[in-house]
Design a protein around this ligand. Structure first.
Ligand code: PLP
Length: 363
């Protein structure tokens, strides 16, 4: 297998894929594979319950939060969130730190008044505005954040804890699609955490929502029932047929994470991986990362060759060396290495070795 730096869908732990392959035709003696099981049968119910319990344990999700397995991805959540959380308020606040939160606030305008509480647009989305500079509206339904901007490679270096600015009553919503389970978080600081699974968790098609119970039951009448958090919670994420195979793989990933020592152990590895790559970038003179060092993502590392005419040669040489999906997002250009939980430090070291050799040949 190659070292796969895709931003998502992304590399999964090899152990998980091997186990899934072994169980493909016959899951635990059921005589059938997970894809073929009824979502209401006892076999699949046990898979879904274990996945939920393991996720709850990994993130220390308090009992007052519900974990929902949904569909539609994070982009659908951009509409589902205002439909569920606006309630009788008029406005939701958005902190815009890159392409994904920008997209979120645009979509929310279809359902809610939107106040941009803070934005790092003037600096080209290379940092996260400090909380003391957030201009919250008087009575927002929530404050939306994207705590890791996958395209820009910008990650919050702090948890958006509104108590620090005297606004603890406002629920924080966080799109954690691309760094959930990569670092320890305090779930109690959020009203809603959500993310698509296809980066740090499992296959595309599954959306994870962790929602504080008191926020259920506020959906607009026009909200589709299948996207009403209360309906989904009451049905144990089985109001409609859930993405069963994606939940099963996510469950295997959660078990794998527990065997790795859990989220704190993963965070330590992620710090070491990111440091290896950023330290090399900063010292090289040949490559550069343009994000404020305090806000650099541990998961998504965009970088540029100072001589961009070498981009194609860099990518084709990388492919020959077994390093793939390094091309940067089209809106940013350059390169991007996504180094999620499933990427071992050996993969990052292989990338750095290749980058050194390429720089030596062309520098
Ligand atoms: N938000 C973030 C932070 C992302 O990285 C992505 C990536 O795809 C999305 C939202 C969109 O998710 P989806 O394509 O699952 O709707």
């Amino acid at each position: 297998r190659v070292w796969n730096f895709s931003a998502g869908p992304a590399a999964l732990p090899e152990e998980v894929l091997r186990q899934a392959a072994e169980e493909m035709l016959d899951w635990h003696g059921a005589g059938m594979g997970v894809m073929e099981m009824s979502h209401r049968g006892k076999e699949f119910m046990s898979i879904a319950e274990a996945a939920e319990a393991d996720l709850r344990e990994l993130l220390a999700v308090p009992a007052s939060y519900r974990i929902l397995f949904m569909q539609g991805g994070a982009i659908a959540e951009n509409a589902i969130i205002p439909m569920n959380l606006l309630g009788d308020r008029k406005v939701a606040d958005y902190v815009v730190t890159g392409s994904w939160s920008q997209k979120s606030q645009k979509e929310a305008r279809r359902y809610a008044g939107v106040n941009i509480a803070a934005t790092s647009e003037a600096g080209g989305f290379t940092s996260v505005p400090a909380m003391r500079d957030w201009q919250l509206s008087d009575d927002p339904a929530y404050v939306f954040t994207c705590t890791n901007e996958t395209i820009g490679g910008v990650e919050y270096p702090f948890e958006p804890d509104l108590a620090q600015i005297g606004r603890a009553e406002v629920p924080v919503v966080a799109d954690m699609s691309s760094h959930i389970l990569s670092r320890v978080i305090d779930v109690s600081k959020y009203g809603l955490i959500f993310g698509g699974a296809q980066k740090n968790i499992g296959p595309a098609g599954l959306t994870i929502c962790i929602v504080r119970e008191d926020l259920l039951g506020r959906a607009m009448p026009l909200c589709p029932s299948a996207f009403d958090y209360k309906t989904v919670a009451e049905a144990g994420s089985m109001y409609n047929t859930p993405p069963t195979y994606a939940i099963y793989i996510a469950g295997l990933v959660f078990q794998w994470l527990k065997r790795q020592g859990g989220v704190a152990a993963m965070e330590a590895r992620n710090i070491a991986k990111a440091r290896l790559l950023y330290d090399y970038l900063d010292g090289s003179g040949f490559y550069e990362n343009r994000v404020d060092p305090a806000c650099r993502s541990r998961m998504n590392v965009p970088f540029f060759l100072k001589d961009e005419s070498l981009n194609d040669a860099f990518l084709s040489g990388a492919k020959d060396a077994g390093l793939v999906q390094l091309k940067g997002h089209k809106s940013v250009g350059g390169m991007r290495a996504s180094i999620y939980n499933a990427m071992p430090i050996e993969g990052v070291a292989a990338l750095v070795d290749y980058m050194k050799a390429f720089a030596a040949r062309h520098g």
